[in-house]
Design a protein. Sequence first.
Length: 373
Amino acid sequence: MSQVTVAPVPAQAAPPARTESSLAARLGAEAFGTFGLVLAIVGVALYNRFSNGSYVFPVAIAGGLGVAALIAALGHVSGGHFNPAVTFGLAIAGRAKWRDLVPYWVAQVVGGAAAAALLFATIPDTLVKALSVDSTRALFAGTANGYGKNSPLSALSSGQAEFSLTHALLIEVVVTAVFVGVIIGVTDRRAKASKIAPISIGFALFAAIIVAGPITNASVNPARSTASAIFSTGNIFTLKGVAGQLWLFWVAPLVGAGIAALFYLAFAAPRRAAALAEGVENPVGDAVAEAEEKLEAAASDLHAKADELRDRAATDEVTGLSDAANPSATTTAADEATVADDEATGTEGTTGTEGTTGTEGTTGTTGTDKPQA
């Protein structure tokens, strides 16, 4: 039998280095992602509220599933923000570039407004007449974020229960802080759940909409609020009507995102938090923080190499057990080595079964060779 040999495992090529997408590609991804998210949330809110049940739960489902799918699809291009508050929070936390803030905001607002325009164009005049609504804008205003008489619970209770500006501000700040905090935490380099980040973020948005939906129609996203306000009654700039309440749904989410980012800096990056609080640059601290990030990346690579070596060791162990179970291969190798040694020595005698070897004669079967006369 031939000797069992193990083929060497080829070395794996190093993964290609990450390259950042161009600004145009990132802005396109942000616009498209925000378009899809607003289409899902506002679209469900526009028509599903005429069903017999509550429309908050379907809106929350649409928002959670929509953001999870869009982040999974486009996150590698732009980071998958789709929300001015998220971009703002990530910039404060040092996870996004400040120079990208305004371009991202513009792309997000444009994408959201395009989705709202599409939905607005789908409203049939017959539906407006059937519901006895003053205008198409009045019908679309039901999707806008608002407080006071524009709160969803105020409409359901015929004005008997209203949430004031303070109530709306508080709930929007809190739910946005939690939402952005989840995003910053789950996308951290050290987070073990980073592979399921889109799902985690989707669940966080689902919970935020469930909580804030009955109170303010759940903004959490200034781009989503702007999209609805553009096609609703009132005036954004004169602060009249439900559209005039838009300012709150920019201020509250941005404040909530800022709180989440500062909380992250205080507990996850103390050196950067200290430099931010002092308002001075700290090149040494920044260099140390950057070195720590590189060490973390190197540690991750070492863990991957260790896993690979363990797999190889396990393969070698299985091969060794296979050789032990089939000793004929080992015996054959030993016989071949013995034959090679005999040929090298060039001896002329052969080994007997019971006797000793003579100098020239052959070995006897019962005793030693007879002496010569």
